[in-house]
Structures are given as structure tokens and as C-alpha cells.
Design a protein around this ligand. Structure first.
Ligand SMILES: [Zn+2]
Length: 207
């Protein structure tokens, strides 16, 4: 197989689990994959205590830290629009979702931004991992959150809107990166206000 990251040919290892348990084929050589660093940082929600977002998110699980190889990966994936790269983390993402129970809801892109980007990188990561999801939110503002201060991000009202019925069930938000947590908290609050019982979140990266 050809590694999606470095382009060299490699031999996928025939592990015991590969033979007996369904596992997504990896698309990256061992050398490239080893450069990604498992996130060990714990997420605390102290920034949100005393705000309307307190208690909105029940838990957050981030798979990888934002090291140099991950920055390069994300740049190539998002900005150079290399959609094939969605496969790199499919196996690990599938495992992460198997450990949680709930309706998976990806963080949406603003329609205008989606036009520019041509594909939603968050949805494509889930597709590659064969994780079923429901598009239950829509983004109401195209303002780039990245240019705002943390305080400004928290004060922005209605980043998202619910576009379908929310049940008294568990939901799992999914985004590519968790930075200040504002995006996830906004989305979680909208879901909880609409009746969600529990809202967990999974992100590929801890920024
Ligand atoms: Zn490689």
C-alpha cells in the first residue's frame, strides 16, 4: 500500500486483530503514524463555571495533541483539500466512538465556508471511520472564531441552531480540534436547551 502521508510503499501488518475482528485498513505507514502524539492533557471546564455554558458538556475526549506532524496533517487536509487524508485516523476514531453511546452530531461549517472549502472535513472524518451521524445543527454565523478572544467567543450568542427534533437522549458532538472549548460548549448548550439528556464530545485533536 502507499502511505497517504509520505507516499512510500509499505506492507500493512497482518495482526491477529486484523484477521479476527473487523478493523479498518490503515492508510499510513508506521513511521508516519508514530509521529502523531496521543493527547494526555485533561480537559477542565473551569473557564465555563459561572457562565451560561456551565454543565453543558458532560465530557470531552481528544485523541491527539497538536504537535508539528499533526499541524502539517491538518493543513494539508483542510486547506489543501486533500480529502483522501480523512482515512488516516479512521481506525482510531472508530474505536473512540465504539466506547461511547449516543447520537453522533458533527460540528457544522457555515454554508458559505462550505462552498469555499468544497467539503466538510469533520463529516468526512466520520465517513472514513464509518461512524453514522446526524446533521442536527446549523451554523448561524460565518465569523471566524479563531480571530476572537476567549471572552468574545463565549459572549457570542447563537453560534448554532438546532434544525431537527432533539430527543431526551445522549448525544456525542464531534469536531476536528478542541481549542478553547467555546465551539463545543455552544453546540452542547443548544442541544441541552432543546432537550438532550447528556452531551459528550470527541475531537481528533486537543489544540
Ligand atoms: Zn508514511
Amino acid at each position: 500500500m502507499t502511505c497517504l502521508i509520505c507516499g512510500t510503499l509499505y506492507q500493512p501488518s497482518a495482526t491477529w486483530s486484523r484477521l479476527f475482528i473487523y478493523e479498518l485498513d490503515s492508510s499510513t505507514c508506521k513511521r508516519c503514524f508514530a509521529k502523531f502524539e496521543i493527547s494526555k492533557s485533561t480537559i477542565d471546564f473551569t473557564d465555563f463555571l459561572g457562565t451560561p455554558y456551565e454543565g453543558a458538556v458532560d465530557s470531552v475526549f481528544c485523541l491527539y495533541s497538536y504537535n508539528e506532524p499533526m499541524k502539517e496533517y491538518l493543513h494539508q487536509y483542510k486547506f489543501l483539500q486533500d480529502v483522501a487524508l480523512a482515512k488516516v485516523f479512521s481506525g482510531k476514531l472508530q474505536q473512540a466512538f465504539q466506547r461511547k453511546e449516543g447520537i453522533v452530531v458533527p460540528i457544522p461549517m457555515h454554508p458559505e465556508k462550505l462552498k469555499l472549502r468544497t467539503f466538510s472535513q469533520v463529516d468526512k472524518l466520520l465517513n472514513a471511520a464509518q461512524v453514522p451521524f446526524q446533521q442536527l445543527l446549523t451554523k448561524t454565523t460565518s465569523d471566524s472564531q479563531g480571530k476572537k478572544t476567549k471572552k468574545e467567543r463565549l459572549e457570542t450568542t447563537n453560534l448554532f441552531e438546532v434544525i431537527s427534533t432533539i430527543e431526551a437522549a445522549n448525544y456525542i458532538l464531534f469536531d476536528d480540534i478542541y481549542t478553547t472549548g467555546a465551539t463545543i460548549h455552544h453546540a452542547a448548550k443548544i442541544l441541552k436547551d432543546a432537550g438532550a439528556k447528556r452531551v459528550d464530545a470527541i475531537t481528533l485533536i486537543k489544540g
